[in-house]
Design a binder for this molecule. Structure first.
Ligand code: ADP
Ligand code: MG
Ligand code: ZN
Length: 484
């Protein structure tokens, strides 16, 4: 027996920090990166005698996310205290939701290796984040607790154990992250921990119905670490099973330095947390009108947009995926289409430039679309010049660079820098004649059947014309002269 004789089963719990300005139960700022304990108050410090009050924006974002994922929204959901002792949890309990979460059911479609599959969701609930233990926090080098993060709102999104490989798990996370960022509820930053994932992993003999015992792996802040951790964990569990042993349910921590997972604690069951309803907060009541309001506020979702680009614009799937990786890029592309046109030819031209030169320049500048000096109308103007043959590839590229850097109108750049393509018959004929006159040997070999030499002639004519000859006209004239 080997790893290949086993099915891998994965279920993911994602914690996503919500992009509210203030915390979930107090008015403190959620900004990342402040001085330790700069954003705290009696409520998030857990001082006695204070009461939490719910930030309405959290419920809006939770409902919007649930609707985008096809969940059902509970009209009444309940806060619960999850009790455990840890220095980063000042109250000694976390306010979360347990039996009655805000959203249930739903799912997310993923495509892996060309096959589409639906990953079902169990639930989405709201809760508060904990603080952070920081080594060397104090001036004397001793450790301390930073409570800036305590009380930052989180959504916990729990999947069913539907994932069957680490590739599927990574795809699920990328798809979920794209959606949350698209909705404006999360910034998708794994490194800073605003999008985090715990992976539940088990193995079972190939094809068996019954799921194996699972371990939960914590502390993975990159897709690479997730892959390493799951691969390691699968091998570890298969070895145990093959040696006739039993996998113990436990919580394991991934150590990126050693590429291993190791036991952190034996798995606590729900009863270890002594969950009970939070007495300081009333149940969350969500009225139908509120849900409808959130539904109306949903933008076209990334998967719908991606599929539409393939269906309506006949774009290749890879182009559509690149264009919809980020909402701001996709919205920019929409504005370009509105001006340049939606025929398959126009859309493909716009996609090629967006995913090629524009993406390259954007990467170099590090700017997001709203900050690009080149506005959609500018790019559409350039595409119009390309479509009309006024400017060729190299000239358009040069004009784009200038327009991207300065915000100048591409047509003006083409004019000022003399980048327009020459389509004039007379000028091209002169260049063709000059090239043929100085290449008698090549002309003879071409006429004797070496048709590959066409590339040589085109190159020479282009050089003669400083790259500005219209390639279609150059080709046609060369053909005429050489064949005629
Ligand atoms: P807890 O809150 O104790 O972690 P849950 O019952 O909420 O437990 O389950 C957490 C996650 O574990 C879910 O994402 C679920 O899909 C996953 N899971 C449950 N059973 C298995 C299993 N046998 N193998 C892999 N994942 C599993
Ligand atoms: Mg768990
Ligand atoms: Zn506070």
């Amino acid at each position: 027996m080997a790893v290949s004789d086993h099915d891998v089963v994965l279920g993911l719990e994602v914690h996503a920090q919500l992009l509210t300005r203030s915390k979930i139960f107090c008015g403190c700022s959620t900004a990342f990166g402040a001085e330790p304990n700069a954003h705290v108050c009696p409520v998030c410090l857990g001082l006695p005698g204070v009461l939490p009050s719910l930030n309405r924006r959290v419920v809006e974002m939770a409902v919007r996310t649930g609707l985008a994922l096809g969940c059902s929204v509970r009209p009444r959901s309940v806060w619960a205290r999850k009790n455990y002792f840890y220095p980063d949890l000042p109250k000694g309990y976390q306010i979360s939701q347990y039996e009655l979460p805000i959203c249930e059911g739903g799912g997310l479609d993923i495509t892996v290796g060309g096959a589409e599959k639906r990953v079902r969701l169990t639930r989405i609930h709201m809760e508060e984040d904990a603080g952070k233990n920081v080594h060397g926090l104090a001036a004397d080098g001793s450790s301390g607790v930073d409570l800036n993060r305590a009380g930052v709102p989180l959504l916990e999104i729990v999947s069913e154990p539907d994932l069957r490989s680490v590739d599927e798990a990574v795809e699920y996370l990328k798809e979920l992250r794209r959606l949350l960022v698209w909705l404006g509820v999360n910034d998708g930053n794994l490194e800073e921990g605003s999008f985090r994932c715990d992976a539940n992993v088990s193995v079972k003999p190939r094809g068996a119905e019954k799921l194996g015992q699972r371990c939960e792996i914590k502390n993975m802040n990159s897709f690479r670490f997730l892959r390493q951790a799951v691969d390691y964990e699968v091998r570890r569990q298969v070895e145990i099973v093959e040696a006739g042993g039993r996998v113990e349910q436990e919580t394991r921590l991934f150590d990126p330095d050693r590429g291993e997972t190791r036991a952190m604690r034996s798995k606590e069951d729900a009863h270890d947390y002594r969950y009970f309803p939070e007495p300081d907060l009333p149940p969350v009541r969500v009225e139908e009108a509120f849900v409808e309001e959130q539904r109306r506020a949903l933008p076209e979702l990334p998967q719908a947009r991606e599929r539409r680009y393939v269906r309506e614009l006949s774009l290749p799937a890879a182009d559509a995926a690149l264009l919809t990786a980020e909402r701001q890029v996709a919205d920019y592309f929409e504005e370009v289409l509105a001006r340049h046109g939606r025929t398959p030819e126009a859309a493909k031209r716009a996609a090629n430039w967006m995913n090629g030169e524009v993406a390259r320049l954007a990467n170099e500048s590090g700017l997001a679309p709203p900050s690009w000096k080149l506005r959609p109308e500018g790019l559409a103007e350039l595409l119009g010049l390309v479509a009309a043959g006024t400017v060729g590839g190299p000239g358009a590229k040069q004009a784009l660079e200038e327009a991207f850097r300065t915000g100048a109108a591409p047509a003006a750049v083409v004019q000022e820098k003399g980048l327009a393509q020459v389509s004039d018959q007379g000028a091209i004929e002169a260049a063709v004649d000059a090239v043929l006159a100085r290449s008698p040997g090549e002309v003879e070999r071409y006429r004797a059947g070496n048709k590959k030499l066409m590339g040589f002639f085109v190159g020479q004519v282009m050089k003669e014309m400083k790259g500005k000859g219209n390639p279609a006209v150059v080709n046609a004239l060369l053909q005429k002269r050489l064949e005629g």
